[in-house]
Design a protein around this ligand. Structure first.
Ligand SMILES: Nc1ncnc2c1ncn2[C@@H]1O[C@H](COP(=O)(O)OP(=O)(O)OP(=O)(O)O)[C@@H](O)[C@H]1O
Ligand SMILES: [Mg+2]
Length: 303
């Protein structure tokens, strides 16, 4: 079942489209890694998804209901940009305050449960201003858990964390996903960290979805491929597809052919040459995860 589905979702600020025809699909049980560079439109998308901003165009369905639907919106917990924490209050006091503002039932019990879930002690009296970055971020996730949501929207919860903080956050998200069945959308510009937990990815650049892909598809795509440049690429592709019964191949911009199956490079060269097609470049390529994302996000400059 689709937990989030957007169709042509767009948001314009003055003359800039921060989100531009975004079609996003998050399925029940997903940990969805929403990846993009600074200014790509991640926070804006999350604000639209939790009703903090209104789309200029397009539609959003949450649990199959339009975003206007209050019952659907109540099933969403969100942490967008910085958590609004009161620095002089402790973590527990912050949670109790928000629980009261939300008018939750039995707030004290919920707060204690949440503190335990996010790994903060209920007896912790320290004011939040003395918290480490990791503790603050986990408390932020705790705030998003108030009200027992089925969907969590988290905007860069690992931003600024040290490796230990990142590991703790990763484990927290996995636990929420596996033990409580929460569907989680988590944005990041850090590639590798999400790859350890994400079941699906959306790559956003300049407000547009560059690619949406499951973890399984990604693993497949990151295996070896045969890279090929030749004269008449369309003709070559059709020929190779028929000759080698290819299923997994693609035509890249500028006529580069990539074959993701085990084929004998020499045989490929022979078939092309016999058909009078000149081979300009051919070689095996191994693509890692990092390279895959960088390529789709338009280079390494800002990451
Ligand atoms: N309230 C606003 N008014 C005007 N422009 C905005 C506003 N919010 C965002 N933008 C612009 O929209 C674009 C997308 O911003 P957004 O904050 O969604 O990106 P992001 O992917 O979250 O980036 P970051 O990684 O820096 O958090 C940017 O060009 C930003 O300057
Ligand atoms: Mg942002």
């Amino acid at each position: 079942m689709a937990v989030i589905q957007t169709m042509g979702l767009s948001k314009r600020y003055k003359d800039k489209w921060a989100v531009d025809h975004l079609d996003l699909l998050v399925e029940q049980g997903d940990i969805y890694g929403f990846i993009g560079q600074n200014g790509a439109g991640k926070s804006t998308t999350l604000k639209l998804l939790c009703g903090l901003a209104r789309p200029t165009r397009g539609e959003i369905l949450i649990f199959g209901k339009p975003i206007r639907d209050l019952a659907a919106r109540r099933r969403v917990g969100a942490l967008v940009e910085q958590p609004g924490l009161y620095p002089d209050l402790s973590g527990g006091e912050n949670l109790r305050l928000y629980a009261a503002l939300l008018g939750l039932d039995s707030p004290a019990r919920q707060v204690d449960e949440i503190l335990e879930t996010v790994g903060l002690s209920a007896g912790e009296k320290k004011p939040v201003r003395h918290y480490s970055m990791g503790m603050k971020q986990r408390l932020g996730v705790g705030l998003a858990l108030l009200g027992g949501p089925d969907l969590l929207l988290l905007d860069e919860p690992i931003n600024g964390l040290d490796p230990e903080g990142i590991r703790e956050m990763r484990e927290l998200l996995l636990r929420l996903n596996r033990e409580r069945g929460l569907t989680i959308l988590v944005s990041s510009h850090i590639l590798g960290e999400l790859s350890k937990i994400a079941t699906r990815y959306g790559i956003i650049q300049n407000g547009r979805m560059v690619e949406q892909i499951t973890a399984g598809e990604l693993a497949q795509k990151c295996t070896d491929y045969l890279h090929l440049r030749c004269g008449q690429p369309q003709k070559a592709a059709a020929l190779l597809e028929k000759e080698f019964c290819l299923i997994r191949w693609e035509m890249r911009p500028e006529g580069e052919i990539r074959i993701y199956e085990n084929v004998d490079a020499k045989a490929v060269g022979r078939v092309l040459t016999e058909a009078g097609i000149s081979v300009e470049e051919m070689g095996l390529h191994r693509q890692d995860l990092e390279g895959y994302f960088l390529e789709r996000m338009g280079g390494a400059d800002h990451v």
